[in-house]
Design a protein around this ligand. Sequence first.
Ligand code: SF4
Ligand code: SF4
Length: 260
Amino acid sequence: MKKTDISRLDTLPGKRIKPGETFKFQCHEKLSCYNLCCRNLNLFLYPYDILRLKKQLKISSDQFLDTYVDVVLRKDNYLPDVLLKMADNQEKTCPFLDADGCRVYPDRPDTCRTFPIEQGAFFDAAKNKTRLVHFFRPPDFCLGQHQKKTWTTNSWSMDQNAALYNQMTVRWAEVKRLFESDPWGKEGPYGSKGKMVFMAAYNIDGFREFVLHSTFLTRFKIKTALIKKIKTSDTELLKLGFEWIKLMIWGKQSRIIQFF
Ligand code: SF4
Ligand code: SF4
């Protein structure tokens, strides 16, 4: 997902695919490029990606973050991003690529799911809404773009079972957008508040421990039914985390969480 300015949409690389427009694509094992796209990537992981991957791998969020990611702070950004660390081999393959293909396929990240479409998020101030925009952007070596099967971005998303991923990406884009200005002051993004935000976004196990076993529930008002849900649902907990970040850092109240 890239941040895009609406006035520049038609100047960005790739072919913009508007709702209802189509593109041609099909990927299968018989193509000579099979799995070439799973190497040497700058693959950004979003919070929901991490939640799904650590579950698929049956490891904790801490173990996932320690083993599989690089954390980078990009220029003009006040919240660090998380990238999947490629394997330390000549081809810099994705750590989840093995002889049979992607070993995390049912829980592969949003970017892999949406490929060869790239998503951008733009905030429509008039409607107070964040929307995804789509660009068809396969690399030259990708032979799937010369196949005949036709898709809209909607039918492609359904085929790839990406609807929930896309929804969570929009929610995350709404949080990220706020960090275009500096909320940290002297302590910077790696100070105590920054660490809490990073935990709520990327370390779901740590955040659950914090919510359920600190003074959190005496300081923030959350409906009893939601407290019950977040004990077992990582997705509901992550949504709460996003709203908590907006409240704690930016003072934005929501129906989900308020100060007592
Ligand atoms: S390069 Fe394109 S066609 Fe080839 S495996 Fe990757 S997505 Fe499929
Ligand atoms: S997660 Fe799977 S689909 Fe994505 S780059 Fe790695 S091996 Fe390829």
